[in-house]
Design a protein around this ligand. Structure first.
Ligand code: NAD
Ligand code: ZN
Ligand code: ZN
Length: 344
């Protein structure tokens, strides 16, 4: 089968021929219907060789996946051949306390056991077929279009989890800031509008991204430049209740600190290498800083429900598997609108 693999450190990913995998006992094989391209893939492909070792090259990319159940291994129960499913990506051990709550994103044993998400260690969804280790990692898509909704498995689930952790800050009358209206950020704006009454301010670098942010529901948009803090304060003079930072480089973290209100939440979702100064006099009273990772399995059901109700729509640009390297070029250059989705 064809697969998009990151093969050589520092080089572009390549479409290559690999053996079609067979599902072992307990495993499910999907015929992939769609796979999303995330900035975390670009981040991984920018790491030095020592750091990439942990992901194991060659690596088939794609940690946002959807497919049709095509073949099941011995002992698989719950799913049936022909089911249209989304893949819950942060695989855990299924055995620890966090996994018992469906929070496999915070599995206590995954690292020690060498369990890696598809596309981030295990072979990913940018291929004709994907092996999923356990049927519990599958969530029914039903009538939802896989191409339009595959990105919800990460670009939806991650902001949903981040926002849910700050819901108590987002009462009517509150203000939320989204920094970075890309794949995750443009979905975050819609989730904020769907599940809170907060006023939503979006910041990005380019007018076209701000236009997208407005289009998906931001009340105010500003360029993320030296005037951004003043601009935010012009509409939220007491500061903002929550900042969801989908970039998290030093300038955006500093900006978040400059606009946060007492008891506010600064939520660092982006994998930028910035750090925050925390201290009694460095931060507004009783504010918190969090760095959430992905989301729980039940939260994925909830995000898909938002899509089913028409409250969240992912802006997608569709690429064939042969054109997937171009999707990553566009992601790297910041010229995508919303999410790039690869259809094998
Ligand atoms: P993306 O490239 O689609 O979007 C990033 C957006 O940020 C773009 O619109 C870009 O113009 C904007 N941006 C860049 N610099 C900016 C700045 N200084 N100020 C304001 N906006 C700026 O990326 P994505 O796929 O949405 O991912 C966003 C981040 O989240 C990445 O760092 C990714 O690795 C990370 N991520 C984290 C998790 C997690 O679990 N914590 C999950 C998925 C992705
Ligand atoms: Zn991702
Ligand atoms: Zn676990």
């Amino acid at each position: 089968m064809k697969a998009l693999q990151y093969r050589i450190v520092g080089a572009e990913p390549e479409v290559t021929e690999v053996p079609t995998p067979e599902p072992g006992p307990g495993q499910v094989r999907l015929k992939v219907t769609a796979a999303g391209a995330c900035h975390s893939d670009s981040w991984l492909m920018g790491l030095p060789a020592e750091a990439v070792d942990a992901f194991g090259l060659p690596l088939t990319l794609g940690h946002e996946g959807a497919g049709i159940v095509d073949k099941v291994g011995d002992g698989v129960v719950g799913v049936r051949v022909g089911d249209s499913v989304a893949v819950y990506g942060p695989w855990g051990c299924g055995y620890c306390y966090n996994c018992s709550l469906g929070k496999e994103n915070y599995c206590e044993n995954a690292a020690e056991l060498g369990i890696r998400p598809p596309g981030l260690g295990a072979p990913g969804a940018m291929a004709e077929y994907l092996i999923v280790d356990d049927s519990r990692h599958l969530v029914p898509l039903g009538d939802l279009d896989p191409v339009q909704n595959v990105a919800l498995t990460d670009a939806g689930l991650t902001p949903y989890h981040a926002i849910k952790g700050s819901l108590d800050r987002l009462a009517p009358g509150s203000t939320a800031v989204v920094i970075g209206a890309g794949g995750l950020g443009h979905v975050a704006i819609q989730i904020l509008r769907a599940i809170t009454a907060a006023r939503v301010i979006a910041l990005d670098l380019a007018p076209d991204k701000l236009e997208l942010a407005k289009h998906v529901g931001a009340h105010e948009v500003f360029l993320s430049d030296a005037g951004a803090a003043d601009n935010v304060r012009s509409v939220a003079p007491r500061g903002v209740d929550a900042v969801f930072d989908f970039v998290a480089i030093q300038p955006t973290i500093d900006l978040g600190q400059a606009i946060l209100r007492g008891e506010g939440h600064q939520v660092l979702v982006g994998v930028g290498a910035g750090t925050a100064n925390v201290g009694m006099t460095a931060t507004p009273y009783d504010s918190s800083i969090r760095g959430p990772y992905w989301g729980s399995r039940s939260e994925l059901f909830e995000v898909l429900e938002l899509a089913r109700r028409g409250l969240v729509t992912v802006e997608t640009e569709v690429f064939s598997l042969d054109d997937a390297p171009e999707a990553y070029r566009r992601l790297h250059d910041g010229t995508l609108r919303g999410r790039a989705v690869v259809v094998p």
